[in-house]
Design a binder for this molecule. Structure first.
Ligand code: FES
Length: 281
């Protein structure tokens, strides 16, 4: 993990309140790179169109995050954003604008400098995940699954990869992940797409060898409980308020079976059975 100066390549809204930001380490930045053509002849002009082998050179693991700070005077503290995609010197984030920190990030324009510290935390153990896998996303919890799905899709140990995503209403991020999964199931709270209800209404952990979940705490708890009943391995990416992002302030501490753990350095990905949600089971 290190701090570097990056430059914003693209920062645009993809759904109401949902933004996608790509940044590139500044020493390599000379404007948007013209990337080589793929075999199918589509020019790789956007930061999401990476070649399959690109990721092998990236030290970023799926589920990790960066602490981002813009030139804005306020807020003083950097904001943690989960990695949506990574390749070489480019990192992409999918984020929701809901506070001063993310609003400052949403104001970034192409060419603006960004101080980024990372990759931070422990991500999903890609090489240790096998068989039939389900990715369970709640809202903006879908953010890490693009990079994770791309990495898992290259693993010969994965036999199927299903994305189960829940939203309030508006869908987002699915098209980024679709090329790398075998199936997508959707639930919306207002019934505007997919099954009406919560994502927890449409998961059935029994057919899977591993369930990887990211979303709000009540969803993670429900996923943990259903995986426990089914005897299915479950990993959860826990969201917590973070000030330093490097393990110094203890502001992100959660209760686990092995005592208090810091989400920013011990997580954000934990085995679900380790995490004591609401201080209980
Ligand atoms: Fe400071 Fe985790 S955010 S210890």
């Amino acid at each position: 993990m290190k701090s570097d100066l990056y430059v914003a390549l693209e920062n645009r809204q993809i759904a109401p309140g949902i933004m996608r930001l790509s940044i590139q380490r500044s020493e390599a930045t000379g404007g948007m790179r013209e990337l080589p053509e793929r075999e199918i002849g589509i020019k790789r002009k956007t930061p999401l169109n990476f070649e399959a082998e690109d990721w092998a050179y990236s030290p970023v693991e799926p589920g990790q995050f960066f602490m981002l700070k813009t030139r804005a005077v306020e807020p003083l503290l950097p904001r943690p954003l989960s990695v949506h995609e990574a390749s070489g010197d480019v990192v992409v984030f999918l984020y929701q604008t809901r506070g001063a920190g993310t609003k400052a990030i949403a104001a970034l324009e192409t060419g603006d400098p960004v101080l980024a510290t990372g990759p931070c935390g422990r991500g999903f153990p890609v090489d240790d995940i096998t068989g039939r896998v389900a990715l369970i996303a709640g809202g903006i919890g879908i953010a890490p699954f693009r990079y994770l799905a791309r990495r898992l899709s290259k693993s010969p140990s994965i036999s199927s990869l299903v994305l189960v995503a829940g939203f309030r209403s508006m869908l987002f991020g699915l098209e980024d992940i679709a090329p790398f999964v075998t199936e997508i199931r959707v639930a919306t709270e207002d019934g505007s797409a997919g099954t009406k209800g919560f994502v927890t209404d449409i998961i059935a952990p029994a057919p899977f060898d591993a369930v990887l979940a990211c979303g709000p705490i009540p969803m993670l708890k429900a996923v943990k409980d259903s995986c426990k009943s089914a005897g299915t391995r479950c990993l959860v990416s826990v969201e917590a308020r973070m000030a330093c992002g490097i393990g110094a302030c203890l502001g992100c501490t959660i209760n686990t079976r092995s005592g208090n753990r810091r989400v920013c350095v011990d997580g954000p990905v934990f085995p679900a059975e380790e995490v004591l949600f609401d201080g209980g089971e």
